[in-house]
Design a protein around this ligand. Structure first.
Ligand code: SF4
Length: 361
């Protein structure tokens, strides 16, 4: 069995750590590229969500490199994500690929099914080995998220432009080469130190922007056209509305403290939205209000074109902007999004925030 899985930001680092520890062979799909998107777009229904198209491209590229089993997460929520696994499986079957697709639905939707699937993809490892590997992979996720957060902070203040980006790129390159959670954790520690040493412009007070929106678009730089880097280079400190750690804590962990905090956080959305309508629309509204309360200068919502839950959130955003007097911009991305126009919109938004704060443009 050679496992592959779709890309979503830095997920591959934690998944690689997990399977390395379980001694299961994996093929990490090549980094998402124009070619990945072209393959996925050709094979997917035209109106499918952008993440599904990219997943398809990832699978085909990974199959070419020897993968024979695909692992992906499932959902029974109200949006199209619930159909991803089955649709992707059918597309591959129609194309004639002899490939096993394992859909990991959240444990709460059927513990037995979840455990059986985990056993299957873990090469029937023992329960203690499984628990150890999952704990280690979770630690990797936490540490990688901490590194990303530190780089978001540094990028806005770095004296040598591009240093934070170079640090992240080297980390990712090396993370693909090392083996197992302990080596990845050591590497993360080394890069935390390297990131801490990035020199900052003294006394510089950056603008602050909160990124909210659909999770895949938010955490996958290829899809959001590297928005964190672009804003950082414009001197903006970016705050992330959702991270991989959040996703794991919400869906897989029994961390009661986190659950209570999440409940309190979601309650902030109540005047505008008080239920889950799929995707991360509820979080989008709640995080927007949370960022306002934390005093951030502006909010950017990013969504894949046609994402149903985020379109609902988008329709609520202008009301929040008016009620709270906070600038909000929405960016919808698809396979046709052009970089130049996207960059112009970011620059214009940052200029607007600077003017609002009385900064010289
Ligand atoms: S959240 Fe949006 S992009 Fe993701 S599957 Fe649902 S509708 Fe598609």
């Amino acid at each position: 069995m050679v496992i592959t899985f779709p890309h979503m930001g830095k997920v591959y680092i934690s998944v690689k750590a997990l399977f390395d520890d379980l001694r299961v062979r994996t093929v990490i799909p090549p980094p998402i590229s124009k070619k990945t998107l072209e393959i996925g777009t050709k094979l997917s229904p035209e109106m499918a969500c952008l993440p599904l198209k990219i997943n398809m491209g990832n699978y085909i590229e990974a199959i070419k490199e020897g993968a024979d089993t695909i692992v992906l997460t499932g959902s029974c929520g109200p949006c199209r994500f619930g159909y991803y696994g089955v649709v992707e499986k059918d597309i591959l079957k129609d194309l004639g690929y002899d490939i096993e697709v394992v859909i990991l639905d959240a444990p709460k939707t059927g513990h037995l099914n979840f455990i059986n699937n985990i056993k299957k993809i873990s090469g029937y490892s023992s329960i203690p080995d499984l628990a150890k590997a999952f704990r280690a992979a979770y630690k990797v996720t936490l540490e990688v998220d901490k590194l990303i957060d530190l780089l978001l902070y540094k990028r806005a203040r770095e004296t040598r432009v591009g240093e934070a980006d170079r640090c992240l790129a080297s980390f990712e390159r090396m993370a693909r080469q090392v083996h197992g959670s302990s080596q990845i954790l050591d590497l993360t520690e080394q890069f935390m130190e390297r990131a801490s040493n990035i020199r900052e412009e003294r006394g510089f007070k950056p603008l602050t922007i909160g990124l909210v929106g659909e999770i895949y678009t938010l955490i996958e730089p290829y899809v959001n056209l590297n928005i964190e880097s672009k804003l950082g280079r414009l001197g903006v400190e970016v705050h992330r509305g959702i991270t991989l750690t959040d996703w794991i804590k919400t869906h897989l962990s029994l961390d009661m403290k986190y659950r209570q905090e999440r409940k309190t956080m979601l309650a902030k959305a109540e005047p505008y939205l008080n239920l889950c309508i799929g995707g991360h629309a509820w979080e989008t509204i709640a995080s927007t209000i949370d960022f306002y309360e934390k005093g951030l200068d502006g909010i950017i919502q990013v969504l894949p074109f046609g994402c149903m839950p985020e379109i609902v959130a988008e329709s609520i955003m202008p009301t929040i902007g008016t009620d709270l007097q906070i600038p909000i911009m929405t960016l919808s991305v698809d396979e046709l999004t052009g970089e130049a126009g996207y960059m112009t919109r970011l620059e214009a938004f940052v200029d607007l925030l600077k003017q609002k704060k009385g900064k010289v443009i």
